[in-house]
Design a protein around this ligand. Sequence first.
Ligand SMILES: N[C@@H](CCC(=O)N[C@@H](CS)C(=O)NCC(=O)O)C(=O)O
Length: 233
Amino acid sequence: MITLYTFGPAFGLPDASPFVVKAEMLLKIAGLDYRTSTKGFKKAPKGKQPYIEDEGEVIADSTFIRLHIEKKYGFDFDASLDEHAAGTAWAADKLCDDHLYWVVINDRWADKDNFERGPRVFFDVAPAPIRPIVKWMVRNQVVKTSKAHGMGRHSAAEIHELAERGLDALSGILGDNQYLCGDKVCGADATVFAFLDSMSCPVFDTPVIKMVEDRANLKAYRDRMRAEYFPEL
Ligand SMILES: N[C@@H](CCC(=O)N[C@@H](CS)C(=O)NCC(=O)O)C(=O)O
């Protein structure tokens, strides 16, 4: 059976990481048996989660997990899509992975109050005497990484302006569809749901929550996907 290595549910979300939620939803869409483990981070081959172990084979990164499912199990996530829709879906997927992800990072890690509301809890396992320094170092590193990407160089207002345009793009692609690109679920649904849900998590104080609420189709889609794929939450 496949093991998916995760951080575990947090902040009322299926997982603290949108990439883990994406990978888990891909496994669900493909109908594969899997179990989750929160004990794998130290062995993560790329130093990040998610990764999976499938009959001795280790595959790191949510997109490579998708490609592995496609190759090994012959599951075509985009079987229902024509070329145009498949291209749009892939672009939406990467809008989330490589752009909107940094909105989540800045909201949760750069904003001091939000950091205290959320990521701070990750450090509760550190021994009390070194906890403040570990917290400071990791937070600093995450903020630095966001600056290296580029998003972290913008003001919060600019980041949220970009978030709004990204949400407009997703809302435009979704339109009145049941799923992102039509009446059948596709690979990018896993990504778009994971990021919409993470971006609009009510634990954090961010204008993105209202942006999602204001786009009725996105809000309804997020709630629908959650009820269908993560009904336990
Ligand atoms: N491209 C990767 C990104 C995964 C990723 O960034 N995971 C983050 C959590 S959201 C992580 O494991 N961070 C831990 C670290 O960098 O130390 C994917 O698609 O899986």
